[in-house]
Ligand binder design. Sequence first.
Ligand SMILES: [Fe+2]
Ligand SMILES: [Fe+2]
Length: 163
Amino acid sequence: MPIIKWTPDLSVGFESVDTDHQVLIGLLNELDDAVNVGEPRETVSRVLGSLLDYTDYHFGREEVLMRACRYPDMDAHIRTHDTLRAQVADIRSRYLRSPESIHAREVLAFLKNWLTAHILGRDKLYQPFMESDLQKVGDADRAYTEQMGQKYGDPQSSAVERA
Ligand SMILES: [Fe+2]
Ligand SMILES: [Fe+2]
């Protein structure tokens, strides 16, 4: 059973951001499955790694889009991303040093609560600004996907294929 489901009330009205959120939710569920069926440590580690990498990829996209539509509360929003980035980097380094010190279930509960609260409480607030400048936001989105794709392959499409 998935621990979290994407439902239309989580939509921020912009397709690639919704897809990112769906991928993140898919990875959280994958991590939950891996923990529940007692997958080997390498599997849990790989899924946790993908989740952390994709979080960073997604934050980068949102920040580019908020800049493109001159979202007035962008700085505060980015600070909440930076706080999570630091927490996630800490989880990852503790995990690499000593996998037993990380309780995957606690990490999962934390990320699940963080993600839903952040989408509903923060991400939704930029929706009207993005909608009022769809041309610029769309251009910035395509440029971001292309730039990241050249660097790493297209994480969005490979994650969607995997899900
Ligand atoms: Fe988001
Ligand atoms: Fe966000």
